[in-house]
Write a protein that binds this ligand. Structure first.
Ligand SMILES: [Zn+2]
Length: 363
């Protein structure tokens, strides 16, 4: 017997918020293991930096870490695993535990006098964090201060944060969450234990969605678009707008790659000019292009491999796949140039010049 309507309904509700709590089963297990080991060995550090792309699960992981530390269930067999149901666990999950505080662009906007969401965490927010760090824990042994959106901290705010990192208050653990840890000062980074959260496989993302009741065909599509970020996938399976935006990025990238060289350059020029206003969108299109080029490279290599199956093996390289691998290298270089503030137009143009030329390819 398959799942009843009610099962499916409750699965859909869970997907919408993914509020189960506890360690997320869709996050890079190596990262979770490191944090669990810190709890098991009772050597919880003063500062962690959880890094990884948006939607990879940094906030959910930080929350689970806080739950495991604050959980009051004394009977649990494994101290590194929160029970998920005691009052402390539930309060951490709801963002209502007195010893776990989150500082993010959203919380900053809620406390701001003027309405609207700033694009950076301000020095005032770091001052609030410093005073919060001076408080004694109320219910737990430790206070946990989570700084989400840490990549948006400008240098003066990072300098202010550095003071806390240099003289960490007793019993306080700072957890910075950053999409792009390269934007943090080396002095800040070096004082944190960095725990990278790596994207998981497409298959693992799809399984995560199916386990939560998402129909298989949708799960497969979302997984392909997820770039290995299951947190994004869970949100996108429940939010058409997110999914649509990513579909559009992929379609734009496909058109860009398939267009004649001249048009490829025009697109590079246009995206370069718009970069300062549409940064994440432009980066998204380049990431989608990398994924498409990779798919094409694999397809070409497989076809070539099949047709040569009976011939003696002369080389490990499939000649027809070389242009794609060159194009991927150029696109990865472009992403790192965009990150390093090379002029966006130049970075994008240099990339498309290394792409396969569709006029030649179709002949
Ligand atoms: Zn608990």
């Amino acid at each position: 017997m398959g799942p009843t309507k009610r099962d499916r309904q409750s699965a859909a509700n869970r997907t919408a918020a993914d509020t189960d709590g506890g360690w997320p089963d869709w996050v890079d297990p190596a990262a979770i293991k490191r944090l669990q080991e810190a709890i098991e060995s009772e050597r919880i550090g003063h500062a962690y930096l959880l890094s990884g792309p948006k939607g990879v699960g940094k906030a959910a992981t930080a929350r689970a870490f806080a739950q495991a530390i604050c959980c009051t269930d004394v009977d649990r067999s494994d101290r590194s695993v929160p029970c998920g149901s005691c009052r402390a666990c539930r309060n951490v999950q709801r963002g209502a535990h007195p010893d776990v505080e989150t500082f993010s662009l959203d919380t900053q906007a809620m406390l701001a006098e003027k309405p609207g969401r700033a694009s950076t965490l301000t020095i005032d927010t770091i001052r609030r964090l410093r005073s919060s760090g001076a408080l004694f824990p109320l219910e737990s042994d430790r206070r946990l201060l989570i700084v989400d959106d840490a990549e948006t901290l400008l240098e003066p705010a990072q300098q202010a944060l550095l003071k806390t990192l240099e003289e960490p208050p007793r019993g306080v653990t700072l957890i910075l969450l950053a999409d792009e840890p390269e934007t943090l000062l080396e002095t800040v980074r070096s004082r944190c234990q960095e725990v990278p959260l790596r994207p998981i496989s497409e298959a693992a993302v799809a399984e995560t969605l199916v386990r939560r009741g998402v129909p298989e065909s949708l799960a497969t599509e979302v997984a392909v678009l997820s770039r290995g970020c299951a947190g994004w996938a869970l949100a996108a399976a429940a939010d058409k707008k997110l999914l649509e935006a990513r579909r559009n990025e992929r379609a734009s990238a496909a058109r860009w790659i398939a267009s004649p060289r001249y048009e490829q350059l025009v697109t590079a020029f246009t995206l370069g000019e718009q970069f300062s206003k549409r940064r994440s969108e432009v980066i998204g299109v380049v990431q989608a292009a990398i994924q498409l080029l990779r798919d094409e490279m694999i397809a070409v290599a497989q076809v070539a491999g099949q047709s040569r199956e009976n011939e003696p093996r002369t080389s490990h390289v499939t000649p027809s796949a070389v242009p794609f691998s060159r194009a991927i290298v150029a696109a990865l270089q472009c992403l790192s140039d965009l990150d390093a503030n090379v002029r966006p137009r130049l970075a994008l143009e240099a990339m498309v010049v290394a792409w396969p030329n569709s006029e030649l390819r179709d002949r």
